[in-house]
Design a binder for this molecule. Structure first.
Ligand SMILES: [Zn+2]
Length: 248
């Protein structure tokens, strides 16, 4: 049974660009790099040269270019895991599992999953000020996490990394994702489709959240759907993954 789309965190090496040009917070790159080193030790990652890794990286770069968010040094790593999860780790580092690609029925849905994680980054959810404020779903060691008295913020330790899901920040990331999808020519309603299809339950991950769904329904009600054909790249990625997993 699938776990939900969780937040994933990973940190990757960050480019030498200054915070001034990338919009990153002070110390964010170092924190993300440290997280990335731990994740690389603990999670089974696909190599950056893997065809599926290259496809998801190119998709994020397309989303970033079309939304003029390409100052951030986006890096996507794919995780060999059938559970549909995606995470952001700060400094532009995103993680997405094999299961998330399997979960996505259309390229718009896959773009929505990635755009949501980009939304965490763009919203500044990896800044220390945010962490000590009303919190974020952040990644970092437990002892790096700020304390919060809110009862709707969920936290779970994944190995040496902590994952935090804050419903407020989830909605912020969704709003960013909708904007990114529209600017990139993908169907923005795919974000709602993904949110609705997440499993319900009490695991501290990106599970189905009625508030999140209501917020998306409200923001998308005046927005028309976009019907697009599936790209050859998406179809090839789905086919390659299915073959690899033995589904075909
Ligand atoms: Zn999220």
């Amino acid at each position: 049974m699938r776990a939900g789309l969780t937040a994933l965190l990973l940190g990757l090496a960050v480019s030498a660009n200054s915070a001034e040009t990338t919009g990153l917070c002070e110390g964010e790159s170092a924190r993300a790099r440290a997280n990335g080193e731990r994740i690389a030790q603990e999670w089974p990652l696909r190599s950056s040269g893997d065809a599926l890794s290259r496809y998801t990286q190119s998709l994020v770069e397309r989303l970033a270019r079309s939304s003029q968010r390409d100052r951030i040094p986006w890096r996507v790593a794919m995780v060999h895991d059938r559970a549909p999860n995606a995470f952001a780790a700060g400094a532009g580092s995103l993680y997405i599992t094999d299961g998330a690609l399997e979960f996505a029925r259309t390229e718009s849905e896959l773009a929505a999953i990635l755009a949501h994680e980009m939304g965490h980054q763009i919203s500044g959810h990896f800044c220390p000020r945010e962490r000590s404020g009303f919190f974020s779903w952040l990644i970092g060691r437990s002892d790096d996490m700020a304390e919060t008295s809110r009862t709707d913020v969920r936290k779970k330790d994944l190995g040496s990394i902590s994952l935090v899901i804050d419903p407020v920040k989830e909605q912020e990331a969704d709003r960013q994702a909708v904007a990114i999808l529209r600017e990139a020519g993908y169907d923005p309603h795919a974000m709602l489709d993904v949110a609705r299809r997440l499993p319900s339950g009490d695991r501290p991950s990106h599970l189905q959240d009625p508030r999140r769904i209501r917020s998306l329904e409200a923001s998308l009600s005046p927005v028309p759907s976009i019907k697009i054909g599936e790209s050859a790249e998406f179809q090839a990625a789905k086919r390659d993954l299915a073959a690899e997993l033995g589904g075909w």
